[in-house]
Design a protein around this ligand. Structure first.
Ligand code: 0RA
Length: 658
């Protein structure tokens, strides 16, 4: 256990604040778990797991296991202290029953009890009980095993001793209420991801997941905690040095853990957590981190004469180029800000993080002069490139290339000038671009063909990007400018639709475009303006082209063939089992489309561009963020992870013909 973490427990039953019954939870589940969809359902699991994590953080548990039971239930086991079993003075019931039936009676809201997991969850195990058809709790404590069962939050009997034990801990099995949740189907990967995270963020904890139905199981333990996390994030990237900086220090009840390592990437990956909850919008811990990093690297560079007296300081951005870091703070009373509570607000955290990183990073650089020189060298290069990029951009802006007055030659614009009724297709290749131009609805649909591999956004700096015609055409066509001159208000199209072949190059180009939008035009993604077009994968041809059926994915192919075969059988047609499935279904041909180029202009419009029939997939920020991560992996300078990545990653590689 790290210093300062294992507080004296000092828990007693009176500390548990009793609020109210569980009725409100069943009436308005959304208030407690966000909703009754798949996310709300998983929230039940997080709630119990987080209680186990709290035990681990308080130094009393090191193992948390989740089992997806074959009968649909979820069982969560921890080896913590076990929920106290004594009679609670306020309720006259056991503390177990109190914790499970009284809202906010987790023992963690009354002040001095140590509560770490914070933020949006931490609503209490009673919420899970209230939303479960059945729940069973088993507690191992003081040499005895206790059990109690509930239905819809109400105890079926008192807590009973059922045996002797030398273990301690809590086991909770619950069956989410099917009359409340839209579905009670849990997702293995989602739970696994959460448990992986928990193991990274809680040093010394083992987490595991088992799915009884499939027999799959997996467990996590990361000796290095967030150091292992940084290592994991940098798989596939060339690191500046193998050594990973790490500090764990507690000042005034605030524990600060930071791990960092530089890579040759041009982007930064910095994740800040408060009490194990990710804060996507940063906050006071992030601010303190940045301040310390900039200061320490500049001071070191000056002291070593790597930065001359007359040279200006390295900017914060320069010092973060290629940086991968995890910042984890733990504090008794986290405050979250902003509409989505995505930002840590506690003002005292800033100075403490700055102090801890300032002091220890400085030691680190002094003790690792080789690493330090490489880090400073990289920041100096970043500064130089930033200046060059600015000069190149200013040059381009001066020439008015991006000013929107002139449209790129390759753009076939739509006649409609109102963005609301305009959309832009970004089409892979000049030939598909040609078909799209002749097939489109020219009133509302504009076409911009993009030739070949657009450009490697990872390696390319803004100056190089602006030297690329395709990118300049794109920026001009959109009318929003770039970087300092970026303004979403100028956006000339309401929908920007990426249309590529369903093959390696196509997925590469769409990943790349999404990465470009993510890095340089995020507000456009936030606004929901970016889409992927889905061209058909198959055409089922009947005699006479008119009655063709276009199919967009393998599942749909199965369904359509099943339906058609059943229909024909019902109509009494002879269906021979040996024939190909499409023949059984009464088609003469099943044609596979490998690319947009195989369709003529009319077909392309009908299958992929016609607003009445086409399939569009809206790109959300999470998708673009994933694209960005995939991009980093694909562009990483090491070959092996790239190869294994392509072999194991389904989504983008699914329809590829490799
Ligand atoms: C109330 C007080 C204490 C621990 C817990 C609840 C507790 C709850 C859960 C739920 C799942 N696993 C859990 N483990 C512990 C403090 C215990 C003490 O003072 O001994």
């Amino acid at each position: 256990m790290a210093e300062g973490k294992a507080k004296k427990s000092g828990y007693s039953s009176e500390q548990i604040t009793v609020l109210e019954g569980l009725e409100p939870v069943r009436k308005r589940p959304g208030m407690y778990i966000g909703g009754t969809g798949i996310e709300g359902l998983h929230h039940l699991v997080w709630e119990i797991v987080d209680n186990g994590i709290d035990e681990a953080l308080a130094g009393h548990a090191n193992r948390i296991s989740v089992v997806m039971l074959a009968d649909g239930g979820i069982k969560v086991i921890d080896n913590g202290r076990g929920i106290p079993t004594d009679i609670h003075p306020k309720t006259g019931k056991s503390t177990v029953e109190t914790v499970l039936t009284v809202l906010h009676a987790g023992g963690k809201f009354g002040g001095s009890g140590y509560k770490v997991s914070g933020g949006l969850h931490g609503v209490g195990v009673s919420v899970v009980n209230g939303l479960s058809e059945r729940l069973k709790v088993v507690v191992h404590r003081d040499g005895k095993t206790f059990e109690q069962e509930y239905a819809k939050g109400a105890p079926l009997a008192d807590l009973k001793v059922t045996g002797k034990t030398d273990k301690s801990g809590t086991e909770i099995t619950f069956y989410a209420d099917t009359s409340i949740f839209e579905s009670v189907q849990y997702n293995y990967e989602t739970i696994l991801d959460r448990l992986r995270h928990a193991a990274y963020l809680t040093k010394g904890v083992h987490t595991s997941l088992e799915d009884e139905a499939t027999g799959k199981r997996y467990s996590f333990y990361f000796e290095g905690g967030i150091q292992s996390y940084v290592k994991h994030l940098n798989v596939g990237r060339e690191v500046v040095d193998d050594d990973i900086f790490y500090v764990d220090k507690t000042i005034k009840d605030i524990q600060v853990e930071i791990s960092l390592q530089y890579t040759d990437a041009y982007t930064e990956t910095i994740k800040a957590f408060a009490n194990n909850v990710l804060n996507p919008d940063g906050g006071t811990h992030m601010t303190g981190f940045r301040a310390a990093l900039t200061r320490v690297i500049n001071d070191y560079a000056r002291k070593q004469g790597l930065l001359k007296e007359k040279e200006e300081n390295l900017s914060g951005e320069d010092t973060r180029e290629g940086l991968t870091s995890i910042i984890l703070v733990k504090l008794p009373d986290p405050q979250f800000e902003g509409q989505t509570k995505n930002k840590l607000g506690n003002p005292e955290v800033r100075g403490i993080v700055e102090q801890v990183l300032g002091e220890y990073l400085n030691y680190y650089l002094e003790e690792h002069p080789g690493v330090a020189r490489k880090i400073v060298g990289k920041a100096l290069l970043a500064a130089r490139a930033r200046k060059a990029a600015r000069a190149a951009r200013d040059n381009i802006l001066r020439k008015g290339i991006l000013d929107g007055a002139s449209m790129p030659g390759k753009l076939a614009d739509c006649s409609n000038k109102d963005p609301k009724n305009s959309e832009l297709y970004l089409v892979e290749g000049d030939s598909a671009g040609g078909s799209a131009k002749s097939g489109r609805d020219s009133k509302s649909q504009a076409i911009l063909p993009l030739r070949g591999k657009v450009l490697n956004v990872e390696r390319a700096r803004l100056d190089k990007m602006l030297a690329n015609n395709e990118i300049v055409s794109l920026i001009k066509a959109l009318g929003v400018g770039i970087e300092d001159s970026f303004d979403k208000v100028g956006l000339r199209y309401d929908r920007i639709i990426i249309m590529t072949d369903a093959d390696v190059d196509g997925s590469h180009i769409s990943t790349l475009l999404m990465t470009f939008f993510f890095r340089y035009m995020k507000p456009i993604i936030d606004g929901g303006h970016i889409y992927l077009a889905k061209p058909p994968l198959f055409e089922l041809i009947r005699t006479g082209r008119k009655s063709s059926v276009f199919i967009y994915d393998e599942d749909q192919l199965d369904v359509v063939l099943d339906v058609e075969i059943a229909k024909r059988q019902k109509e009494g047609a002879k269906v021979t089992g040996d024939a190909e499935r499409y023949k059984q279904a009464g088609f003469v041909e099943q044609k596979r489309y490998k690319g947009l180029g195989e369709m003529d202009a009319d077909q392309l419009f009908e299958t992929t561009m016609n607003p009445e029939k086409r399939v569009l997939v809206q790109i959300r920020v999470e998708d673009a963020e994933k694209a960005d991560a995939i991009f980093n992996k694909l562009m990483g300078s090491e070959v092996d992870p790239r190869k294994s990545f392509i072999q194991t990653n389904a989504k983008f590689v699914k329809d590829l013909d490799i």
